[in-house]
Every structure is written in C-alpha cells, then in structure tokens.
Design a protein around this ligand. Structure first.
Ligand code: NAG
Ligand code: NAG
Ligand code: NAG
Ligand code: NAG
Length: 371
C-alpha cells in the first residue's frame, strides 16, 4: 500500500517534471520559430548581432516583417525608389542603415525621425536631388554619413545642426557648385570630409567655405581635393591651394551690391496696404513718396550709398563754384576787353580828328592860298 502510494507519488512527480520540461522545450522551440518567422523571407538574419541583410535581391520595397530590435539593416543593391514615411518608425534600436546602390530620389522629411540610436547612414549611389533641412534632426548619435554619388545640387543650411557626433561625411560625386560655411560649422566632431568630383564654382560664393576649410584643416580635419570647374582661370585648380588674395575683390563687390541684397532681404512691398513706418526710421524721402508703398527700403540704405550721394553733392557744389568762377572770369574778361576796345576806339577817333583838323586847316590854308 505504502509502496503503491509511494510509486504513485513518484510517477506523479515524474510526469510533472516531464510536463515542465516539455513546456520549456515547447517555449524554446516557439521562440526559435518566432525568431525564424521574424526574419523576412530571402533576407539573411544574424540573431547574435541583430543584423538583417536584404542586399541584392532586386527588391523595390522594404519588407514589412523586419524585427523591430534590428541593430543593422542592410538593403544594398536593390531597386528601392520610394520610401514610405513610416518605414523606419518602429526601429529605434537601429544603429546601422545602408541603402546604397538603390534608386531613391526623394526622402520624406520624417523618414529617420525615430532612429535615435543611428550611428551610420549610407545613402551612397542613389538619385537623391534634394534633402530636407530637418531630415537628420533626431539622429543625434550619427557618426558616419555617406551621401556620395547622388544628384545633390545644394546642401540646405541647418541640415547638420543636430549632428554633433558626426566624424565622417561624404558629399563626393554630386552636383554641388558651392557650399555654405554656416552649414558645416555645427559639425564639431568632423574629422574627414569628402567633397571631390563636384562642379565647384570657385567664386565669391565659395570664399567663406574656403575660410572654413582652412580652419578645419588647421584643427586636424582631413578634406579631399576640391577642384574648381569655374571660373576658367581656376579650372582644375585645387581650391585649397588658391591663395586667399584671389578673393579680395569679393568684399569690394559685396560693398557695391549690399544695397540691392539688403533690399531683397527686407519685407516684401505691398502696394495695396502700405505699412506705417516707425517714426524713428522715417526719412524725408519716405514721406515724400508714399504712393510707392515701400518706405522700408530707405531704411536699409547702407553707408556706402550715403557716402556716394555725399560725394556727388560735394562734387556738384565744387563744379558749380568753378563754373560760376569761370563765368565771372569770362564776363570780367569780356567787359575788360570791350572797355579797352572802346577806349582804343575813342583814342583812335580823337587822334585822327586832331590830325584831320590840322590837315583841314592846311587844306583850308592851301585852298585859301590858292584862292
Ligand atoms: C509600429 O508599432 C506600432 C505599435 O507598437 C504599430 O501600431 C504600428 O503599426 C507599427 N508601425 C509599423 C510601420 O510597423
Ligand atoms: C539605444 O542604445 C542604447 C545603448 O546602445 C540602449 O540602451 C537603448 O535602449 C537604445 N534605444 C532604443 C530606443 O533602442
Ligand atoms: C550604382 O548603382 C547602380 C544600380 O544599383 C549600379 O549599377 C552601379 O554600378 C552603381 N555604381 C557605383 C559606382 O557603385
Ligand atoms: C553683384 O551683383 C551682380 C549683378 O547684380 C552679380 O552678378 C554679382 O554676382 C554680385 N556680386 C556679389 C558679390 O554679390
């Protein structure tokens, strides 16, 4: 009886243990199955490094069943041309994203918004023609950004404002003609910048960027060759080697242009509703011509223009004085000449008269003697 009950207890315990282990095995196999299911078909997944590789499959869209804990997502050599705005919205664990060698031409403004852990972004060899200024505002940990071999004609200023960790940046092989210094100033950790193979226009618009390049190099940064395409005199020359003196004429030009530039910056003119100018800044010119509706423009008249106007006025006054003096001198000369002429005429008139009277007298004498 005892043994029986003991055996029962033993078997009961055994079955319990069996059930437990089978449950565990079942749970384990379920997990394995789940992780297998989580890897998109055709893609290769590495559960250790949390890497998903969907490269070279001719895909035109990103699979929807990518595990959300993925750290590395490789999608090179596919046919991706459109990225829906929500594509990466659940991938905040992503650290490396490679979309190189696709056909992307437009990136939605919010596409990388949730990738707060992203450190490496590869967009090499796509057809991206423009970037939104807020594209990278949340990827604050980004260290490497490759935008080479695209169709970028300009880099919007402000796009790098939130990338204090960026160390490596490539803009090689795009359509850039110039860059703005202020765009690059927030990149305080940048060590290497690639800008080669772009149609650089080495004119005044690139001067400030050259200043930045010099400061960047001085700080130990590495920058590849920036070969000028225009102007003709500088074609093929490396902008880093062009002496700064070549750009001295720019400040002169800026001085001349500043009036028009500042007018453009000023508020737009509305002829219908002329805004009341502040009394402090009201100028006589503005009051004289209220019909134009742009009294603000006068406010922005720069010093150089005012100086030019002053010069013109002074020149006019000097000219006027000289003219008046010349007229006075001419008049004086004329009067003097006419007076002298008159005097001479009178002198002449008197002399021959005296001579004539003598002659007449002689004649009269002769006549009288003849008579
Ligand atoms: C992201 O996750 C949320 C819930 O966590 C879900 O509702 C949403 O559909 C997911 N979005 C994508 C694009 O997978
Ligand atoms: C980002 O990475 C850190 C450490 O690598 C991790 O602790 C954190 O959970 C990650 N954030 C997200 C949203 O996955
Ligand atoms: C760029 O991508 C295209 C298409 O994916 C490929 O054929 C070409 O070889 C790539 N070019 C470079 C320089 O990687
Ligand atoms: C000055 O203005 C001219 C014509 O308006 C323009 O071609 C030139 O690029 C300007 N120069 C600068 C330095 O802004």
């Amino acid at each position: 009886m005892l043994s029986l009950s003991g055996g029962y207890w033993w078997s009961n315990r055994l079955s319990l243990r069996w059930r437990k282990t089978s449950l565990l095995a079942c749970w384990l196999s379920f997990c394995a199955a789940e992780s297998l299911i989580a890897c998109p078909s055709l893609c290769k997944c590495n559960s250790g490094t949390l890497e998903v590789d969907c490269s070279g499959l001719g895909l035109s869209s990103i699979p929807l069943d990518i595990p959300t804990n993925t750290r590395t997502f490789l999608f090179l050599n596919n046919q991706l041309s459109i990225l829906p705005e929500q594509t990466f919205s659940n991938f905040s664990a992503l650290q490396r994203l490679d979309l190189s060698n696709n056909f992307l031409d437009q990136l939605p403004e919010n596409i990388f918004r949730d990738l707060v852990n992203l450190t490496e972004l590869q967009l090499r060899n796509n057809s991206i023609r423009s970037l939104d200024k807020d594209l990278l505002q949340n990827t604050v940990l980004l260290r490497q950004l490759d935008l080479s071999i695209n169709g970028l004609a300009q880099i919007p200023s402000g796009i790098f404002d939130d990338l204090p960790s960026l160390r490596w940046l490539s803009l090689r092989s795009n359509r850039l003609q110039n860059l703005d210094r202020v765009t690059f100033e927030p990149l305080v950790s940048l060590r290497q910048l690639q800008v080669g193979d772009n149609p650089w226009e080495c004119d005044c618009n690139l001067r400030d960027f050259k200043y930045w390049m010099e400061w960047f190099s001085y700080r130990g940064g590495k920058i590849d060759q920036l070969a000028c395409t225009l102007p003709k005199e500088l074609r093929g020359k490396d902008m880093r080697m062009v002496p700064m003196e070549m750009f001295n004429y720019c400040s002169q030009l800026e001085d001349e242009n500043s009036s028009t530039v500042l007018d453009n910056i000023g508020p737009p003119c509305s002829k219908g509703a002329p805004t009341a100018p502040k009394p402090k800044t009201t100028t006589p010119e503005a009051e004289e011509d209220p019909s134009v509706g742009c009294p603000q423009k006068q406010r922005y008249r720069p010093v150089s223009v005012r100086r030019a106007i002053g010069t013109v006025i002074i020149a006019g006054v000097v000219c006027g004085i000289v003219c008046i003096m010349m007229v006075v001198a001419a008049a004086y000369g004329c009067i003097y000449a006419s007076l002298m002429a008159k005097y001479h005429r009178e002198l002449k008139k008197r002399q021959p008269l005296m001579g004539d009277t003598e002659g007449e007298h002689e004649e009269q004498k002769q006549i009288s003697s003849v008579a």
